[in-house]
Design a binder for this molecule. Structure first.
Ligand code: HEM
Length: 188
């Protein structure tokens, strides 16, 4: 990691954020940020560069790194399973609209904090299923496969990720015969 960050000084921005980030004990209390820029197309067909965030409805409760280290390796998975069983968890989908000239091609570069934001939807998680033989396992989460109205921008990372995800997906599905089986022994 030392060699990598020396060769890529832009990585320092993430490292300093990670040192000061408010760590929480729950997926439900976290912000999820695209970092990558995408284009949102409005009703008139005009494309607007944006970055999206899923902003939690749950109030974040900071937990110190020492306290986190004491919890078990799967505590986040156990916590979200219990929390969703007790009630649905929500996030707002918020898009931040770029001003002309904002760097869309470099996800390392933050945009100024005063950019216009628009709340465009709500994610409601009502059910958690284990991943080992669940319905999300056989999906390739390719960030360039997008619904109508959302397109890739000049940010080169989604295309690079698409190539890496395809290779990973092909490798793991080629080992399908080793996949976990359900309790009844039937393969999913
Ligand atoms: C904005 C930056 C990124 C985000 C938000 C992101 C997000 C994700 C997500 C959500 C998954 C699926 C995880 C799951 O199945 O549980 C994933 C998988 C993966 N990511 Fe990324 N990722 C990013 C950058 C990258 C980069 C730069 C690379 C390497 C070029 C990369 C390589 C991979 C690979 C190889 C997989 C596994 C793909 C598969 O087997 O389906 N990611 N990523």
């Amino acid at each position: 990691m030392k060699k990598f960050s020396a060769a890529h000084p832009e990585f320092a921005t993430f490292l300093s954020w990670a040192k000061s980030a408010p760590w929480t004990g729950s997926y439900a209390e976290e912000h999820y940020n695209s970092l990558d820029s995408f284009l949102f197309v409005d009703g008139s067909g005009a494309a607007h560069p944006i970055r999206w965030s899923l902003v939690p409805a749950a109030q974040p409760v900071p937990v110190s790194p020492d306290d986190l280290a004491k919890r078990g390796p799967d505590f986040l998975e156990q916590e979200i399973t219990q929390r969703v069983a007790a009630g649905p968890q929500r996030w707002s989908l918020v898009v931040t609209v770029a001003n002309p000239g904002d760097p869309t091609a470099d996800p390392n570069k933050a945009w100024p904090a005063d950019r216009r934001t628009v709340e465009v939807g709500t994610l409601i998680v009502q059910q958690i299923e284990p991943e080992r033989d669940g319905p999300c396992r056989d999906i390739n989460f390719d960030p360039t496969v997008l619904p109508a109205g959302i397109k890739t921008s000049d940010d080169p990372f989604p295309a690079a990720r698409s190539a890496a995800y395809s290779r990973s997906y092909n490798s793991r599905t080629a080992e399908e015969s080793y996949y976990p089986r359900t309790a009844t022994g039937a393969q999913q």
